[in-house]
Design a protein around this ligand. Structure first.
Ligand SMILES: *Cc1c(COP(=O)(O)O)cnc(C)c1O
Length: 397
C-alpha cells in the first residue's frame, strides 16, 4: 500500500519511481479524459461555439481562481495563461511602473536563469535601471532605498531552499520596495499565503506541481490594491475592457483580467483545469505534511547508504526551510542521475553538480523514497554510472 495521497488519480508507468514532478508533473487521469473531451466534443463538434458554449472564454480566469486557493490569493486576483517567463515580464513592468524611480531590481544569484534574463531585458529598456544579484542569504542585507523591485523565487530550483516570503516582503515594504515572487516550485508543493505575506505580484508555473502537462500555461497574481492602477506592458485584446467591442483604443479590463494578453491555449488550459480539481480531495496542508515526511525519509536513507561515495546534501536539512525537492551534490552527478534513470528512478541534474529529486506529495510515497535511495546506493557502490554513455549530455538535462 502506498502512502501517496492520490496515487491512483495519476497515470504513471509501471516500474518507474518518478521524482521529477518539480520539472514536469505526472499525468492526472482526469486531465487525459478532459483533453480528449475538449478535442472531440468541444473543438470537434461545437467548433467556434465552444468559446461560449464550453466556457472557453472564462477558462483563464476560472483556472486562475483554482490556483488562487492554493496560494492564499482572493478570487479574481490570479489569471492563468502565458508561461512563467512572459508573466514575469508583465509583473516586473507593472511593478516598476508602480515603484519609485530607483536604480535597481534586486534578486538572488541562485534565481532561475530565465527570471534573471527577463529582468535584464526589462532593465535594459528602462534608463538608469539594472539588475543586482546577491547570495540568497544576503538578500535582506541588500535591501535599500536604491531598490525599486525585489524579485525572488521562493523555492530555489537547485537546492530547494525556501525564502521567508513574509519577512522579506515586510522588510521590502518598509523601504518602499515592490515585491515580485516566483512560485514555480511552490504552487502545489507547499502552502503559500500571498495575502498574509502582502506580496505585490507573483507568477508561477502550471506544469510542475500543478500537473498541467508539458508547456502548460503559468499564472500571474496581482494584489487587489494594485489591480486598478497597473498599466499592462502587453496590452492585448483579451485584457481589454470589452474585447468584442473591437474598439480601436485600448482600455484595460477591470482588475487582474487586464493581465490577459491574447487568445489562450484552450487545450492546455483544459488539462490544467482538470488537474487542479485534484485539490478538491486533499488540502495543501496535507500535501505539505506528506512532502516533509517523504523528503525526510529520502535524506535519511541516502545519507545512511551513500555518504561514503561523496554524496553531500545540498538542500536545507530543516524541512521548514526547503520546498518539496531534495538535492545532493556529487562530482559525477550527471552520470549518476543517468544511471539511476536506467534503473527506473527518474530525477534530474542541474549544473554544475546537483542531483535533484522532486517529491510530488500527490503521487510519491515514502516507499519510493526508500527505494530510490537504495537505487542510488547501488549505482554508486557498483559504479554503474561509470560508463561513457552516461556522460554524453542530452539537450535537456
Ligand atoms: C520552471 C521555472 C520557470 C519556467 O519558465 P517558463 O517560462 O515556463 O519556461 C521560470 N522560473 C522558475 C523559477 C522556474 O522554476
Amino acid at each position: 500500500m502506498t502512502d501517496a495521497l492520490l496515487r491512483s488519480a495519476f497515470s504513471l508507468p509501471e516500474g518507474i519511481i518518478y521524482l521529477d514532478g518539480n520539472s514536469l508533473g505526472a499525468l492526472p487521469k482526469v486531465a487525459a479524459a478532459r483533453v480528449q473531451r475538449c478535442l472531440m466534443e468541444e473543438w470537434g463538434e461545437r467548433l467556434i461555439r465552444g468559446w461560449n458554449d464550453s466556457g472557453w472564454i472564462d477558462l483563464a480566469s476560472g483556472v486562475g481562481d483554482k490556483i488562487a486557493k492554493l496560494i492564499g490569493a482572493p478570487p479574481g486576483s490570479v489569471i492563468a495563461g502565458d508561461g512563467t517567463s512572459v508573466n514575469l515580464f508583465k509583473a516586473l513592468n507593472a511593478a516598476l511602473d508602480m515603484a519609485a524611480k530607483r536604480e535597481t531590481i534586486l534578486s538572488d544569484i541562485g534565481n532561475f536563469p530565465t527570471d534573471l534574463y527577463i529582468a535584464q531585458g526589462v532593465a535594459q529598456r528602462r534608463s538608469g535601471l539594472s539588475l543586482k544579484t546577491v547570495e540568497p542569504d544576503k538578500v535582506a542585507d541588500a535591501l535599500s532605498d536604491d531598490v525599486a523591485v525585489l524579485m525572488l523565487t521562493q523555492v530555489d530550483y537547485r537546492t530547494g531552499r525556501l525564502h521567508d516570503m513574509a519577512a522579506l516582503s515586510e522588510a521590502a515594504h518598509e523601504l518602499g520596495i515592490v515585491t515580485v515572487w516566483d512560485l514555480a516550485h511552490s504552487a502545489g508543493a507547499l502552502p503559500v499565503d500571498l495575502m498574509a505575506a502582502r506580496a505585490d505580484f507573483a507568477v508561477g508555473c502550471g506544469y510542475k506541481y500543478l500537473n498541467g502537462g508539458p508547456g502548460a500555461p503559468g499564472f500571474i497574481f496581482v494584489h487587489p490594491e494594485h489591480q486598478a492602477k497597473i498599466r499592462p506592458a502587453l496590452s492585448g485584446w483579451f485584457g481589454h475592457e470589452a474585447p468584442f467591442a473591437f474598439d480601436p483604443d485600448y482600455r484595460p479590463a477591470e482588475g487582474a483580467e487586464r493581465m490577459k494578453v491574447g487568445t489562450p491555449p484552450i487545450l492546455s488550459l483544459a488539462a490544467l483545469d482538470a488537474a487542479l480539481d485534484l485539490w478538491e480531495e486533499v488540502t495543501i496542508d496535507e500535501a505539505r505534511a506528506h512532502s516533509i515526511r517523504i523528503t525526510s525519509v529520502f535524506i535519511e536513507a541516502v545519507e545512511a547508504a551513500c555518504a561514503d561515495f561523496g554524496v553531500r546534501l545540498a538542500s536545507p536539512r530543516n524541512a521548514k526551510r526547503r520546498g518539496s525537492q531534495v538535492s545532493f551534490r556529487h562530482e559525477e552527478g550527471y552520470a549518476v542521475v543517468q544511471a539511476m534513470i536506467e534503473q527506473g528512478v527518474i530525477g534530474d541534474f542541474r549544473s554544475p553538480d546537483i542531483m535533484r529529486f522532486g517529491f510530488a506529495p500527490l503521487y510519491n510515497s515514502s516507499d519510493e523514497a526508500t527505494e530510490a535511495a537504495s537505487v542510488m546506493a547501488r549505482v554508486l557502490s557498483d559504479r554503474l554510472w561509470d560508463e561513457p554513455r552516461f556522460r554524453t549530455r542530452a539537450k535537456v538535462t
